[in-house]
Design a binder for this molecule. Structure first.
Ligand SMILES: *Cc1c(COP(=O)(O)O)cnc(C)c1O
Length: 459
């Protein structure tokens, strides 16, 4: 018999797709601070969110139930690619000469090539069920827009997408992919919205940001009762939907009889990282395992490691409710690095809270080190990673090399949350030696966070 721990690909049966999403809120020692209405500064209620989201998603956003049943219609679409494989990176380990065991849960097998359809399909389903005709959204690298366009096509919804200008120019094939799935794509800032026109009037050459694109998509959805808005990260219900990833990984590790010592993921808004790690954090909080949990963010957009923990808007124009989160300020416009999915000024309030509770740690990486890791991973494991998870890979390699020094055979698990087939121009720039590193100065950060809204501490 071969040793199961030596397996390269650990798979599950279709019948083992999780049938419930896991809600970490049920198990945290304290709840995160409430989301506030920007006008009254009082906690928002379901009615405040109703112009943008269907009630089923609003209820999931505030639910304290430990498990939420996944609708049959959603499971049916999940079956196209789930369960996703867990791989042991034998070839990368060998190249590094490390005694560490490196595993990656691969979400690039989905229709969009990333983890994003896990929530896109659920969101499109609940909106269609509520009688909504069209969804608007923003997209950074184009992964979320692609996922939502695919999901809307499954349930007969129209899909309109504001794509951050920097990515729109860098990644033309993403736009074509969204259009192929039936989406309508605008570069952001656009002249189609008040928010977009205001930015263009001041900065005609703006490369855009997720915050600006969110303002545009929210503005359009708020004006039409048949149109809702969908967010691809940050919110509790998004993180909830992503927990299919971690639940599968828990089952896959059980199959080979080991458990991770370190869980590493890249964080833009926090959803792929949360999706992988929440089910392990559940087991950590219950005292069954004790892995270190580490987020990796870009040095040019370091919300967790260098931002402030404060109430801020989710968008640039200041239309969304106020969320307490690690933020660089809603006016922050990051350098146009190639990891477009990691260019968000804030962090999920839930991840921010868990970070404040000391249940996880965070580090940052510059993009050349990340692409170096991505290229080494491609040459050994045969998958070209999206630029975002190369941040996690760089941190995995760093840890594996530490293990080589110390002789420790740590079990490392990472989220390989997407492939980079539509990010090849970024690899081209790296291989040609034209990629630059950018680290924010403390003065720049101070200036951006000085624009934070003034929210008095609760009495
Ligand atoms: C969107 C995206 C991210 C960033 O979003 P999270 O919510 O932090 O996961 C990271 N990687 C890929 C491949 C993405 O598409």
């Amino acid at each position: 018999m071969s040793d199961p721990q030596q397996a390269t690909k650990i798979t599950l049966d279709e019948s083992e797709i999780p049938r419930r999403w896991y809600n970490i809120l049920a198990d945290l020692p304290s709840p995160p601070p409430p989301v506030l209405h920007p006008g009254t500064l009082q906690p928002v209620g379901p009615d405040d969110l109703a112009p943008l989201f269907p009630m089923a998603l609003i209820l999931q956003e505030v639910s304290g139930e430990r498990y939420v049943d996944i609708p049959e219609e959603v499971l049916d679409v999940y079956r196209l690619w789930r369960p996703s494989p867990l791989y042991r990176a034998h070839r990368l380990e060998k190249a590094l000469g490390t005694p560490a065991k490196i595993f990656y849960k691969y979400e690039g097998v989905s229709p969009a090539g990333s983890h994003k359809p896990n929530t896109a399909v659920a969101q499109a389903f609940y909106n269609a069920q509520a009688g909504i005709r069209r969804l608007t959204t923003e997209t950074g690298a184009g992964q979320w827009g692609t996922a939502l366009a695919f999901a809307c096509a499954q349930f007969g919804l129209d899909c309109e997408i504001w794509m951050v200008r920097a990515s729109y120019d860098q990644k033309p094939y993403r736009k074509i992919m969204m259009e192929t799935f039936g989406g309508v794509v605008h570069p952001s800032p656009s002249d189609l919205t008040v928010a977009g026109r205001a930015i263009l009037a001041e900065h005609p050459d703006s490369t855009g940001s997720l915050g600006i694109a969110i303002s545009e998509a929210v503005e359009v959805a708020a004006q039409d009762p048949q149109t809702n808005y969908a967010l691809g990260s940050v919110l509790n219900h998004v993180l909830l939907h992503q927990t299919v990833i971690g639940q599968e990984a828990v089952a896959q590790f059980a199959q080979i009889g080991i458990t991770p010592d370190l869980i590493v993921g890249c964080t833009g808004g926090g959803s792929n990282f949360a999706g992988l790690m929440f089910p392990f954090l559940r087991d950590k909080l219950a005292g069954r395992i004790n892995p270190t949990i580490r987020a990796v963010e870009p040095a040019s957009c370091p919300s967790l490691t260098r931002g402030v923990y404060a109430y801020d808007f989710g968008d640039t124009a200041g239309m969304t409710p106020l969320m307490k989160m690690h933020t660089l300020g809603h006016e922050f416009i990051p350098d146009p690095i190639h990891a477009g999915g990691l260019r968000y000024h804030g962090m999920s309030p839930l991840i921010s809270h868990i970070y404040e509770l000391g249940l996880m740690e965070a580090v940052s990486k510059t993009q050349r080190e990340c692409f170096e890791a991505g290229v080494q991973f491609a040459r050994t494991e045969g998958i070209v990673p999206a630029p975002e998870p190369t941040h996690a890979l760089a941190a995995c390699i760093e840890e594996a090399l530490r293990c080589k020094e110390s002789g420790e055979s740590k079990v490392i698990l990472t989220a390989l949350c997407g492939h980079g087939h539509l990010d090849l121009a970024a690899y081209g720039a790296y291989l040609a030696g034209t990629l630059t590193d950018h680290e924010l100065s403390t003065e720049e950060i101070q200036e951006y966070v000085s624009s934070l809204p003034n929210v008095p501490a609760p009495a």
